[in-house]
Design a binder for this molecule. Structure first.
Ligand code: PLP
Length: 431
C-alpha cells in the first residue's frame, strides 16, 4: 500500500489540521483511510470497513467506480481547469444539458457552484435579485422551518435551525429570517392539516417582506434526520403561489434518488422555483453543486440592475474535472438501476432495523428510501462509539442521539446486514 500515514503524520494531523466541526486543542481521533472501492473503505492498517455514510451521502455509486475514474482521467489529460468567465467547455455544457433534462420541468437555468453551501448562497442571491429586479427590494427576508440545515456559509447558516443547529455561536451577526415550526415527523399515510398552520400564519402576516421560502423537501437531514409528510410541501408550494413568494428546495442531501424518487420534491409533485443539488452530483468524487432556476426567475433577474447579471462568479466555477465526473455520474443514474437498488436497500433497512424497536435505548426507528435512522434516548459519546463501530468493521458516524446510515446504492445485502447488525449490537449494548 502506498501513502500510509506514519504516526508522525497522525500527530501532525491532530495538532495542525482542522477536521469538520472539531477542536485543534481537544481533537477527536481520526482514522487514516488508504483506499476505497465499492462500499468498502480500507484503513492504513489494512482493516476494511463497510461504509454506511457514502462520504456524507455523496458516493452513491460506490468508490473507485470505473466509469467515474475514466471520465476524470480523460478530462485531466485534456483540460483540468480554465476560468469560466468568457469561456465555456463541453463538460459544463453537457452537465447543464443533463441537469435540465433530469430535473423537473420547467427548471432550466443552471448555475454551477463549488459546494452545497455555495449553491444555497446562490439560490438566496437569485431570490433577492429576482425581487430587486421587479422593484420589490422590500421583499428581502426568507422564511424557513425549524430543524433545517442548509450549509456552513453565512447566508446558509442564517436559514439553519437557530436553536438546535450547529451555528448558535454566530446568531448575533447572521441576517434575521423567519422560522416556522418544524414539520411534524409523520408516517407518510397520515397527514394532519394543522401541521402547516405555523408556516401559513407566518407567510400570511409577512409575505410583503418575503423573497422566498427555503426548505429541504420531505427529509430534513443534518438538522435531525426527520421525514415529514409530502402534503406539507404541497401546501408550501400553494401558499408560495398565493402570496407571491419564491420556493427554494434544497435537494443537496435528497437529490439523485436517495429517497426513492429522483428528487424528493417529486413525492409531493412539486416543482420549486429554484432547486439546489450537490453531494451525489459527482457521485461523491469532487466538490460541485448546482443551483437550477425556472426560466421566469432567470428572465426576471435578467431585467434587473447591473445589466441583469447574476452577481456570483467564483474562480473554480464550472471546473471541467468536476463537470466531467458529474456527467458520468448522471449517466449512471440515467441507466436507472438506482431505483431497484434504493428500493431493495429500503426494504432491507425496514426489516433489519425493526430489530432495534423495543430496546430501552431506542426512541424510534425510521426508514425512508435508502436512509435508515435509529433515534436513541440519549446522545452518544462520539469517540468511544466511533471506535467501537470501527472494531465491528463498519463506518457509521453518529451525531447526537442519531445513529443512521445512508449507504452507497451499490451496497451488497450482506454488507448492509453488517451495518444493521452493528447498529443493533450498539443499541443492545446501550439498553
Ligand atoms: N444543504 C443540505 C440539505 C445539506 O445536507 C448540506 C450538507 O450536508 C448542505 C446544504 C451543505 O452542503 P456542503 O456541505 O456541500 O456545503
Amino acid at each position: 500500500m502506498v501513502n500510509i500515514c506514519t504516526s508522525d503524520d497522525l500527530q501532525f494531523d491532530q495538532t495542525h489540521l482542522w477536521h469538520p466541526y472539531t477542536s485543534l486543542t481537544n481533537p477527536l481521533p481520526c482514522y487514516p483511510v488508504n483506499s476505497a472501492s465499492g462500499a468498502t473503505l480500507t484503513l492504513d492498517d489494512g482493516r476494511q470497513l463497510v461504509d454506511g455514510m457514502s462520504s456524507w451521502w455523496a458516493a452513491i455509486h460506490g468508490y473507485n467506480h470505473p466509469q467515474l475514474n475514466q471520465a476524470l482521467q480523460q478530462q485531466a489529460a485534456q483540460l483540468s481547469h480554465v476560468m469560466f468567465g468568457g469561456i465555456t467547455h463541453k463538460p459544463a455544457v453537457e452537465l447543464a444539458r443533463r441537469l435540465v433534462a433530469m430535473t423537473p420541468a420547467p427548471l432550466d437555468a443552471v448555475f454551477l457552484a463549488d459546494s452545497g453551501s455555495v449553491s444555497v448562497e446562490v439560490a438566496i442571491k437569485m431570490a433577492l435579485q429576482y425581487q430587486v429586479s421587479r422593484q420589490r427590494s422590500d421583499k428581502n427576508m426568507l422564511l424557513t422551518v425549524r430543524g433545517g440545515y442548509h450549509g456552513d456559509t453565512f447566508a446558509a447558516m442564517s436559514v439553519c435551525d437557530p436553536v438546535n443547529g450547529m451555528h448558535g455561536l454566530f446568531q448575533g451577526v447572521l441576517p434575521k429570517h423567519l422560522f416556522a415550526d418544524a414539520p411534524t415527523l409523520t408516517p407518510h399515510d397520515r397527514w394532519d392539516e394543522r401541521d402547516i398552520d405555523s408556516l401559513r400564519t407566518l407567510l400570511e402576516n409577512n409575505h410583503n417582506s418575503l423573497a422566498a421560502i427555503i426548505l429541504e423537501p420531505v427529509v430534513q437531514g443534518a438538522g435531525g434526520m426527520r421525514f415529514y409528510h409530502p402534503t406539507y410541501l404541497k401546501r408550501v408550494r400553494e401558499l408560495c403561489d398565493q402570496h407571491d413568494v419564491l420556493l427554494i428546495c434544497d435537494e443537496i442531501a435528497t437529490g439523485f434518488g436517495r429517497t426513492g424518487k429522483l428528487f424528493a420534491c417529486e413525492h409531493a409533485d412539486v416543482v420549486p422555483d429554484i432547486m439546489c443539488v450537490g453531494k451525489a452530483l459527482t457521485g461523491g468524487y469532487m466538490t460541485l453543486a448546482a443551483t437550477i432556476a425556472q426560466r421566469h426567475v432567470a428572465e426576471q433577474i435578467g431585467q434587473g440592475p447591473g445589466g441583469g447579471s447574476l452577481m456570483h462568479g467564483p474562480t473554480f466555477m464550472g471546473n471541467p474535472l468536476a463537470c466531467a465526473v458529474a456527467c458520468a455520474s448522471l449517466d449512471i443514474i440515467a441507466e436507472g438501476h438506482w431505483q431497484q437498488q434504493v428500493a431493495a436497500i429500503s426494504q432491507q433497512l425496514e426489516r433489519e432495523l425493526a430489530r432495534c424497536n423495543g430496546l430501552t435505548a431506542v426512541n424510534q426507528v425510521r426508514v425512508f428510501g435508502a436512509i435508515g435512522v435509529v433515534e436513541l434516548a440519549e446522545p452518544l459519546e462520539m469517540a468511544s462509539t466511533q471506535a467501537w463501530l470501527v472494531e465491528q468493521g463498519v463506518w457509521i458516524r453518529p451525531f447526537g442521539r442519531l445513529l443512521y446510515i445512508m449507504p452507497p446504492y451499490i451496497i451488497e445485502p450482506d454488507q448492509l446486514r453488517r451495518l444493521t447488525d452493528a447498529m443493533l449490537a450498539l443499541c443492545q449494548r446501550l439498553s
